[in-house]
Design a protein around this ligand. Structure first.
Ligand SMILES: CC(C)(COP(=O)(O)OP(=O)(O)OC[C@H]1O[C@@H](n2cnc3c(N)ncnc32)[C@H](O)[C@@H]1OP(=O)(O)O)[C@@H](O)C(=O)NCCC(=O)NCCS
Length: 190
């Protein structure tokens, strides 16, 4: 495997990022619980990343502005995906480390996600402080994980996790935003 670079996503990366998500997650990408929160919003400023190998996008990770209940601004992480043939070389970890470093630099207080503790635990995520938070979609509560970037930020956080990022204006072409919506039956099944 040749050198992999992690860098901020550019608008010209969006078609490749969308192809990668289709290839790695398939239709399930639109049924993920976090998609309910991300749908129709731009990702958080400066917090969309791609992994590039030989000019090809082989990994993607974005963070989204949310409120974790009342009065607790946070970020929601995902989707994280690495091309099947590029897995097991630390690209997922590089994307996570870069995204968390940048989130800290930008003074965000906490990151939330719905995912496997067996993977995300290595980056410090746990369900310790997320038991009183809810995602507005069906999911397993033990998979709602959090990481405080500022100590104590998630203490007492309770209630629904809601999008707080900028809305994507209606009519903006999908190739500019990646805001490709699920076909109606899939959206209903989510
Ligand atoms: C999860 C994913 C991003 C990891 O990418 P990667 O570049 O292979 O990650 P890394 O090389 O940093 O880490 C690989 C390690 O994570 C482990 N791992 C991967 N997915 C895991 C999971 N769901 N649970 C536990 N461990 C997992 C691998 O077994 C491997 O273990 P090892 O280091 O002991 O060999 C990649 O497998 C992927 O794109 N999966 C499909 C999409 C997905 O499930 N995304 C996460 C939810 S949004």
């Amino acid at each position: 495997m040749t050198r992999v670079t992690i860098r901020n996503e550019r608008s010209t990366d969006i078609p490749a990022r969308e192809r990668l998500l289709d290839a790695t997650l398939g239709a399930a990408r639109f049924m993920k619980p976090s998609e309910r929160v991300r749908d129709g919003r731009f990702a958080a400023e400066g917090l969309s990343f791609v992994a590039v190998e030989n000019g090809r996008v082989v990994g993607t990770l974005r963070l989204w502005n949310v409120n974790a209940g009342l009065g607790c601004p946070a970020l929601l992480l995902g989707p994280l995906a690495v091309a099947t043939e590029a897995r097991g070389h630390g690209i997922g970890a590089m994307l996570m480390q870069r995204a968390l470093r940048e989130a800290r630099t930008r003074k965000h207080g906490a990151v939330l996600l719905v995912g496997d503790a067996a993977y995300y635990g290595r980056f410090g995520f746990s369900a310790e402080k997320t038991g009183t938070l809810r995602v507005p979609a069906p999911y397993e509560q033990h998979r709602l994980l959090g990481l405080e970037l500022k100590r104590g930020v998630l203490d007492g956080a309770r209630g629904l996790i809601r999008a707080s990022g900028d809305r994507i204006p209606k009519g903006l072409p999908a190739f500019l935003t990646g805001a490709i919506h699920a076909p109606t039956p899939l959206a209903l099944a989510a």
